[in-house]
Design a protein around this ligand. Sequence first.
Ligand code: GLN
Length: 192
Amino acid sequence: MGIKIGVLALQGAFREHSIMLDKLGASSTEVRKPEHLEGIDALVIPGGESTTIGKLMAEYGLLEPIREMGQKGLPILGTCAGMVLLADKIKGSDQPRIGLLEMEVVRNGFGRQVDSFEEELKIKALGEAPFRAVFIRAPYVERVGSSVEVLAAYGDRIVMVKKGKILACAFHPELTDDPRVHKYFLEIIETP
Ligand code: GLN
């Protein structure tokens, strides 16, 4: 039996994640209510607007169950707003969050004047070839606690992290043709 990956589908770029997972042969299912979490092997939290997604998660009763499942080892991939929602500290904000990663994020951390940009990143975990990362009003991580591993940085700004089976990146791997972040996540899911 194959694995089933839930994609949080409240707001933002969730379809692109499903399409990418589909291309890799992994089946996905949209998560909008707590009952949609039943039987999933992993969860993707997409980019979008973290304040909106967080508010809707709180409203629909998704924050607690996802937090609990993450604590129990559910693999989670958070991209952009998803990364913000996984942080336990969000600079200058008390917005609802899942908060599973011990780190402080800065929302829109690259400045509003640079709304979006692309950058070739060296990400050792993905192999030698640079990864073309798409940043859209992206956050960055200012500092991480000792439990969080840094996988990539852009200058001195941390843009990809991992803790156990939880992976987060400030950019949008679902908006490129390069499937390596999703492949890496699938490897994490399949590692016992
Ligand atoms: N700036 C958004 C936020 O903080 C994230 C943007 C994105 O996901 N592309 O929620």
